[in-house]
Design a protein around this ligand. Sequence first.
Ligand code: PBG
Length: 326
Amino acid sequence: MDLTHRPRRLRRDGVRSLVSEVDLSASDLIAPLFVDATTDERQPIESMPGHERVPVDEAVARVEEIRETGVEAVIVFGIPESKDDRGSRAWAEDGVVQRAVRAITAETDAYVITDVCLCEYTDHGHCGLIEDAAAESPDLTVRNDETLDLLGKIAASHAEAGAEMIAPSGMMDGMVGAIRERLDADGFTDVPIMSYAAKYESAFYGPFRDAADGAPAFGDRRHYQMDPANAREAMREVELDVEQGADVLMVKPALPYLDVVSAIRREYDHPVAAYNVSGEYAMLHAAAEKGWLDLEGAAYESLLSIKRAGADLILTYFAEDIADRL
Ligand code: PBG
């Protein structure tokens, strides 16, 4: 028996951390924040224990809580006071995200990213303009090109309010280019774009759709979000976003798509982000509640695995809890 090679030598206390390949740090994490124009009080989100929708007046206080844990960046989602077929509250100067971002950037040092999409603002709940909302067809077509102009308007209104990074999540073809062009035309040449470049049509978004009230009223998102069967297609999606000027490339969800994270890591020099989504959070909480697994351990291992696969930054609902522990 030749035991010249004993990998266990490097697993002893004292040396383990010297040879560890990746580290998790609070500065890698982005905490999602839900600001709700329909409420005066913080509303717990049932399917996401520990998370709340907060009124605009509480946005600063909520960000300060996040910052106290060591997390420095937030991504803001808005629940508007009203919805219509075009999602016009998404680019309103006094819209929920615009008001919250103005307050957060004026009163805190947080790095503020905004999600740019129409689904929380349209009465039909889709991420773009649709052909004929009244038909309520499950085989609906989102009007890609007409939606681009609106995404540019939303992005510019967020930047105007002080957003420091723009994250378009609607999976419209050409969205990064349209937003880059509009930001540049309005003088926001220094505001980077983190593209939801490979965003899959996933069952793991369930709790988020309760949280942000953005479930489609009919049909689904399979004609614009990616088919979970496809990894090579993700490389084409990413390539297009790179050509259009994306600064950070995101994969979403994270854990079921670590192959995609790692393939992008190998092919591109850009920072890679992964979104550890609401369903990934909710399932660990549900199992922990039953006593079936250790929440903190499972959450830490999940985030470490996402980094190991090649992500530089992670958007996660565990941000505060894990940062606190680090
Ligand atoms: C909006 C958006 C969604 C998420 C982030 N931005 C929902 C969706 O596409 O249905 C999901 C985030 C999560 O599940 O945590 N387009």
